[in-house]
Design a protein around this ligand. Structure first.
Ligand code: GNR
Ligand code: NI
Length: 172
């Protein structure tokens, strides 16, 4: 396993639409292992492959609170089958938008169809943080970041800040 560099906004790669995976093979499993290790080392609860520069429709996630009880989840080619009209609000952050947080509304519940680590087809009914996180990650597969839901002003202020930090090589 290996820890990869997480791309941060502004970066064109993050705006790319990721491609479906044909088959969950050794290469994809190695990628999922690296993604999980990268996510844990950055203290994130989810990571999409494009965040480490790989435009494949693969997500890893672990929303468990207890560090000693890891509950890794793997989603390949996830598709939302059903989502709630009812919305819930979470304060979101993103490893690709470091140190920025905002309240975002998303459907409260959703059903996701996907392939798991061994390539088996699964259906998951998600609610709460799990539903929010899946939708946040699936946005990455379409090149969407949570700041895209903010006003133009708020979004441009965040991007300006991040660009400044990048040019100063500040990593907070
Ligand atoms: O670590 C993360 N926390 C988080 C909190 C609220 C809503 C979504 C997330 S996902 C984020 C990791 C990340 O950037 N995944 O793409
Ligand atoms: Ni993110």
């Amino acid at each position: 396993m290996a820890i990869k560099t997480i791309l941060t906004e502004p970066n064109k790669l993050l705006r790319q639409i990721s491609k479906s995976v044909e088959k969950v093979g050794k290469e994809e499993q190695r990628l999922m292992d690296d993604m999980l290790e990268t996510m844990y080392s950055a203290n994130g609860i989810g990571l999409a492959a494009i965040q480490i520069g790989i435009p494949k429709r693969i997500i890893v996630m672990d929303i468990s609170k207890d560090e000693n009880k890891k509950e890794p989840r793997y989603f390949v080619n996830p598709v939302i089958k059903n989502k709630d009209k009812l919305k819930s609000t979470y304060e979101e952050g993103c490893l690709s938008v470091p140190n920025q947080f905002a309240e975002i509304d998303r459907p409260k519940n959703c059903e996701v169809e996907y392939l798991d680590y061994s390539g088996e087809k699964k259906l998951l009914k998600a609610e709460g943080l799990l539903a929010t996180c899946i939708q946040h990650e699936m946005d990455h597969l379409e090149g969407i970041l949570f700041i895209d839901y903010l006003s133009k002003l708020k979004k441009s202020m965040i991007i300006k800040k991040l660009s400044k930090n990048k040019s100063n090589r500040i990593v907070v």
